[in-house]
Design a protein around this ligand. Structure first.
Ligand code: HEM
Length: 491
């Protein structure tokens, strides 16, 4: 195809005044070779966002900002960091003490990691509140969830790199969890470590994933997340679809162009965030041991296990769920599975779900050791497929911890409410969300603490409530009285 055939109209920059001529000349040149202006229009100048965005809509942009911050500071850290078990700890100390500005870059990166999770949890909470996972935004949510899983992996891999006591023992504990899985467990954990113990091979592969593989995946996923969002349009605090109400020019009457309205509004969010971020970074980068654990200022020692090993705060709700599953708790779990299957059988309208409940629940209960069947047997003894049934509480802890993250993927199909936003949902949804948030925080707190009987009991109750929020959603979202949704957004 010739250039003449692809010739585009000269670019006109509205409001650019005297700058219009030389700048638009350059832009026209670029635009004839690259879809710059159409990208700008589609995603900023002519992307119509609902005009009632509130505080909760700052966090997507802030997440993007932190992603960039982590990548840029990460590049500078890699210039001095040594990914070897013999040198890693000392190289981080060298960055902190001898590299000009090294302490600043390192604290930006470590504070950035926690800030990322603060922002992402608030971003996800907004999604839960306003039903932003509901049709037609299921894929926006699913891409978001894959991003969340990648972020957790990114943080986990990164935490090993300073090669302190917590890096070492945290990785040891988490990788050993895979040991508990039937059949593949032991081989899988050795394969992840690259050795029989956490060592140089583990550090090297975690480094490769932390600096290249996962950041690349994250960038691609964030691109997909935004493209999916801009395809269907943003949700808003009222859960009203603004595309359904357009003016004569075909623009949503309740929408405003993202640029300049939200670019300007979001810059306020960026300033406030930068202020809070600097406060933490300059005055409390360890944040009382929550952002940087004190034990991690001691070099890794494979011969000396710290008395209390806990992951960083953003993993602790899941860590609590893992620790909550004890032999005694198996009975209550089995009871929960039986009660849930009964609920499905007696109240579900779908024939398939009834059949699945009747078939799956007994198998799951049978697989729970300690429930009372009293028998244990080993299948495929002596082969690589050897598996002892029923499964130990430890295995169920790992399974439940995994399910606790994965269950978020199902939200678009679990929420059966006729309305999207919590503003118009009924009292049951409001209570369910409030209790869920409280439970998430309580589980998070107990995950940072050493094991006590009371802590275990609270974590067990928390675990049941955590799953109840999701699994009972199809019922409580349909039972409750909702309020009528307005036809236009409210301000
Ligand atoms: C690196 C991580 C992420 C980045 C950079 C990011 C970025 C964004 C941006 C810029 C928006 C549009 C502005 C806004 O609504 O705030 C957005 C919307 C959204 N994000 Fe994310 N996001 C990330 C992670 C997640 C995660 C983990 C989830 C949930 C699992 C998620 C779910 C959503 C949803 C549902 C929307 C649409 C919200 C609405 O229209 O009401 N995002 N995201």
């Amino acid at each position: 195809m010739t250039m003449a055939a692809t010739k585009k109209e000269p670019v006109v920059i509205e409001g650019a005044g005297a700058l219009n001529t030389p700048l638009s000349g350059l832009l026209t040149w670029v635009d004839q070779r690259f879809p710059l202006m159409s990208l700008w229009k589609d995603h900023l100048a002519e992307y119509y966002a609902p005009k009632n965005f509130n505080f909760w809509y700052y966090f997507g942009l802030l997440a993007m900002l932190i992603l960039v911050l982590q990548i840029v500071t990460g590049i500078f850290l890699v210039m001095h960091y040594k990914p070897s078990a013999a040198e890693a700890f000392a190289s981080v100390e060298y960055i902190m003490r001898d590299v000009p500005g090294g302490w600043l870059i390192r604290y930006m990166h470590s504070t950035g990691a926690s800030a990322f999770f603060v922002v992402i949890y608030l971003h996800m909470f907004r999604g839960l509140m306003y039903g932003s996972y509901r049709a037609p935004r299921e894929l926006v949510w699913i891409f978001g969830m894959i991003i969340y899983l990648c972020l957790m992996a990114e943080a986990f891999f990164g935490y090993l790199l300073p090669w302190g006591q917590m890096s070492y023992w945290g990785a040891q504990v988490i990788i050993n969890l895979f040991d508990a899985l039937p059949i593949i467990g032991p081989d899988l954990s050795t394969w992840i470590r690259g050795d029989f113990v956490v060592g140089d091979a583990t550090l090297n592969r975690f480094f490769a994933f932390h600096v290249i593989a996962i950041p690349l995946a994250l960038l691609a996923l964030v691109g997909a997340h935004i493209m999916a969002l801009h395809e269907v349009g943003s949700n808003n605090p009222d859960g009203v679809e603004i595309k359904e109400n357009k003016n004569a020019a075909g623009k949503p009457v309740d929408g405003i162009p993202f640029h300049p309205y939200y670019t300007v509004k979001d810059s306020l969010g960026v300033v406030v965030f930068a202020f809070l971020f600097c406060m933490v970074m300059f005055f409390a980068p360890e944040m009382g041991g929550y952002f940087l654990e004190y034990n991690n200022f001691i070099p890794a020692d494979p011969l000396k296990t710290p008395p209390h090993i806990a992951p960083v705060w953003y993993f602790t709700p899941y860590y609590s769920i893992l620790r909550a599953v004890t032999e005694d708790f198996m009975f209550w779990l089995a009871l929960g599975v039986a009660a849930y299957a009964t609920l499905i059988v007696f109240t579900s309208r779908g024939c398939l779900s009834k059949i699945l409940a009747v078939l799956i629940a007994p198998v799951v209960i049978f697989l729970m050791k300690g429930v009372g069947f009293g028998m244990t047997f080993t299948l495929f003894r002596g082969t690589f497929l050897e598996i002892t049934l029923p499964l130990e509480a430890k295995v169920w802890g790992v399974i439940l911890m995994g399910l606790a993250t994965l269950i978020f993927f199902l939200l678009p199909w679990l929420d059966k409410s006729p309305v999207k936003s919590i503003r118009y949902k009924g009292v049951l949804s409001r209570w369910a969300l409030t209790i869920f948030v409280a439970v998430f925080l309580i589980l998070g707190y107990y995950g940072t603490q050493p094991v006590t009987d009371l802590g275990t009991l609270i974590s067990q109750i928390g675990t049941l409530l955590y799953f109840a929020f999701f699994l009972l959603m199809p019922w409580y979202t349909q039972m409750e009285q909702t309020r009528p949704v307005p036809s236009r957004v409210t301000m």
